[in-house]
Ligand binder design. Structure first.
Ligand code: FES
Length: 152
């Protein structure tokens, strides 16, 4: 097997190639510092609050499946071959708000707004699998419990 010193992944649909990724560099730092994608927030920085939630897609049995992950505790080096989707990439079919974002507006779901992108990405992951979820499914999706992988 040939040794490689760089990783390749998609970030919001664009190919990213990175040489010599540090073993402890987090996805959140890469997004916010290197790519200026500051929609994903750092709250606790230890995987508890969900303000940093993004989606990570990976091929599984020939199907691209997505899961909501905490970018603050996900190491960048683990993303080789993945598709990372951030809040900046989310939009509706006409280019406006995605239905999840619109529901957040319509039902006054945001308070100060700091963690709202994380809530939306968790709900987006649920919406991909269950477009009309029950209240219990919504609560599970935003509770931080481990979520199943979703297809697109
Ligand atoms: S910043 Fe709180 S879970 Fe990542």
């Amino acid at each position: 097997m040939q040794e490689r010193h760089e990783i390749h992944f998609l970030l919001n649909g664009q190919l990213v190639s990175l040489p010599d990724v540090g073993a402890s560099q987090t996805l959140l730092d890469f997004l916010r510092i290197n790519r200026r994608l500051t929609g994903s927030k750092e709250g606790c920085a230890e995987g508890d609050c969900g303000a940093c939630t993004v989606l990570v897609g990976r091929l599984a049995a020939g199907v691209l499946r997505y899961e909501a992950v905490n970018a603050c505790i996900r190491f960048l080096a683990t993303l080789d071959g993945c598709h990372v989707v951030t809040i900046e990439h989310l939009r509706g079919s006409g280019g406006g708000l995605h239905p999840v974002q619109q529901a957040m507006v319509d039902f006054h779901g945001s308070q100060c707004g700091f963690c709202t992108p994380g809530f939306i990405m968790s709900l987006y992951a649920l919406w991909m699998e269950v477009p009309e979820p029950s209240p219990a499914q919504v609560e599970t999706a935003i509770s931080g419990q481990s979520l199943p992988l979703y297809r697109v």
